[in-house]
Design a protein around this ligand. Structure first.
Ligand SMILES: [Zn+2]
Length: 234
């Protein structure tokens, strides 16, 4: 037997013994399929938001903080493919889901005339305790691959999570905002001065986390913040 063919043979045996499954529906993946089966890919609820026209994610931030423009790739519904994908990404040690989404979304964003040349792609940071537990920031792969497609720098050492956590959950957003210490801080104010930043996250629900991140990033003068997330709750 030709020894160089051994890895291929082992791969084929693995495929038979441990079939790769679709993260959307658990169906067996065929050769050439990655992460999602063809059926799930066709059924993904794309938002079709772009960086030219106003969308409902932009409207989420009106009157709260100035985000230059925001977009989400997918709709996050209560059940279904997107929820399953994000679950694998966050809780089942499958960081490659983020890369998969970024390769798809990145190919769309780099053709989007509304999105200017971005200097830094910045992920929403995880609390160090969560990072230790999960072993990776679930937004890292997404951010790195988007940066690659947009010819931007990926910077995960500028925006940092402080040790403060949200405790006064019963109070209104305004009161909490007034009483809380910042949740995020930045390490290098000078580096971001006058730069175009793309802040990235997994799923937007209320937008409170992104609002807090943007607040920290605006400590650098003249920077402009754009926002891109994997998904949003409609
Ligand atoms: Zn599927």
């Amino acid at each position: 037997m030709n020894i160089t063919k051994l890895p291929n043979i082992i791969n084929d045996i693995n495929t038979v013994l441990l079939p790769r499954l679709c993260f959307g529906c658990n169906a067996r993946l065929y050769r050439g399929e990655q992460i999602l089966c063809t059926l799930c890919r066709d059924q993904l609820p794309l938002t079709e938001f772009n960086f030219s026209e106003e969308n409902r994610l932009d409207r989420t931030f009106y009157g709260r903080i100035e985000i230059k423009k925001a977009a989400s790739f997918l709709y996050y519904l209560e059940t279904g493919i997107v929820k399953n994908l994000i679950h694998y990404l966050k809780y089942k040690n499958q960081p490659q889901v983020g890369n998969f989404l970024a390769d798809w979304y990145g190919s769309i964003l780099k053709e989007d005339p509304g999105l200017p040349s971005i200097d830094y792609v910045i992920p929403v940071p995880l609390h160090p305790r969560k990072l230790r537990k999960r072993g990776y920031n679930q937004v890292a792969g997404f951010g790195e691959r988007l940066a690659y497609h947009l010819h931007a720098k990926y910077a995960d050492d500028i925006l940092l999570k402080t040790s403060h956590t949200r405790t006064q959950t019963r109070k209104s957003r305004i009161i909490r905002w007034q009483h809380q210490k910042p949740l995020f801080t930045i390490s290098q104010k000078e580096a971001l001065k006058g730069k175009k930043l793309l802040l990235v996250d997994d799923v937007v629900t209320t937008g409170a986390t992104l609002e807090a991140c943007a607040m920290a990033l605006y400590q650098c003068k003249d920077s402009t913040i754009y926002l891109a997330t994997m998904a949003m709750v409609p």
